[in-house]
Design a protein around this ligand. Structure first.
Ligand SMILES: Nc1ncnc2c1ncn2[C@@H]1O[C@H](COP(=O)(O)OP(=O)(O)O)[C@@H](O)[C@H]1O
Ligand code: SF4
Ligand SMILES: [Mg+2]
Length: 323
């Protein structure tokens, strides 16, 4: 379809476990349009990071592997392409801000050298120019005295500072697609707002697309154009942000929305979804939300629902919406 930057079709990712292989991502289909922010939300362990690592060609090897499906990026299937090709795509087209900033900076180089090297691997620019871009971007992500801090080694910086360095590095590559996996969890609220503002700025200026991964519904409410709700390796609901917040259909989505603390002063209590995410080697046979759902009906226990279309761009995987 015109306008897609990436189209993930029926993606499956598997890992070995004691008995059989488990599928942290099991039949995920998602499209991200040029210039849009797609929010991918769900509780911890539902497969958000594995989806993004598959997209980057960075699943933990040798255990994790793609077991089916396609990732079409600008018309080309990225599944199965050579490592060197995938490395080019990562340098040039897709950048990722990782959930864990500690492991993604090299301890033996200064942060400046790492950003400058990344910029120069990406574009033919002189070192002085790359350095200028790096200092500018460090300033934009809220690092004080960036001309000085650019010479620091990562271990001299706090977790929040390192996270900002990673964000500066990802953004200075001007990617066509930015994957931001829980990008602001290590940061205080003011810096969070600043980073999101910066990401949205670049989205507007460069036409960049963003896959914003988070368990924070407030963050996607403010920043995403569309939202996909993930649970046990599956997409349970997908809708434009306004539509999802105005009328969430899936009982799981409703639970997630109810768990947002309300600031209206009306004395609303924090609600949460009962029960726990089931382990991947012991999922319910039918609907994967069966057992936590207060509205389950006859087919739920034995038959997994397909996605039902409910209006413009709104789909939901729940038997309550069978026509
Ligand atoms: N290295 C691993 N080996 C085996 N299974 C893993 C590994 N890492 C994650 N998983 C499984 O994949 C599931 C999805 O993980 P992840 O994508 O990190 O979730 P999320 O990002 O939504 O919190 C986890 O629940 C876990 O069972
Ligand atoms: S399919 Fe059934 S169990 Fe699953 S969310 Fe819908 S009502 Fe609940
Ligand atoms: Mg994660």
């Amino acid at each position: 379809m015109a306008g897609d930057i990436v189209s993930i079709n029926n993606l499956r990712v598997s890992f070995p476990s004691e008995s059989a292989r488990i599928y942290p991502v099991d039949g995920v289909s998602l499209k991200i349009l040029k210039g849009e922010t797609l929010g991918l939300v769900g509780e911890s362990g539902c497969g958000k990071s594995m989806t993004s690592l598959a997209l980057m060609g960075l699943l933990p090897r040798p255990l994790g592997r793609v077991d089916g499906g396609e990732i079409i990026f600008k018309g080309r299937n990225l599944i199965g392409i050579a490592d060197a090709e995938m490395a080019k795509v990562r340098g040039r087209d897709i950048s990722m801000i990782f959930q864990d900033p500690m492991t993604s900076l090299n301890p033996v180089y200064t942060v400046g050298d790492q950003i400058i090297e990344a910029i120069q691997a990406h574009e033919r620019v002189p070192r002085t120019e790359a350095r200028r871009v790096a200092v500018d971007m460090l300033r934009k992500v809220g690092i004080p005295s960036p001309e000085k801090r650019i010479g620091d080694y990562p271990h001299l910086m706090s977790g929040g500072m390192r996270q900002r360095v990673m964000i500066a590095m990802a953004l200075s590559l001007k990617p066509e697609l930015l994957i931001a996996d829980e990008p602001t969890t290590a940061l205080d609220v003011t810096i969070q707002a600043q980073i999101l503002y910066l990401m949205n700025d670049l989205r507007r200026d460069l036409g960049m697309s963003i896959l914003l991964i988070t368990h924070n519904m407030g963050l996607v409410a403010e920043n995403a154009d569309r939202i996909a709700v993930m649970y046990a390796g599956r997409i349970l609901e997908e809708a434009p942000t306004k539509g999802l917040f105005a009328s969430p259909l899936h009982p799981y989505s409703r639970g997630l929305l109810d768990s947002i603390p309300r600031m209206t002063g009306g004395g609303d209590k924090l609600q949460s979804i009962p029960g726990m995410v089931p382990p991947l080697n012991d999922l319910p046979k039918g609907c994967k939300f069966f057992g936590r759902c207060a509205r389950s009906t006859e087919p739920c226990e034995t038959k997994e629902p397909p996605l039902f279309q409910k209006g413009e761009g709104h789909s939901v995987r729940c038997w309550l919406y069978e026509e």
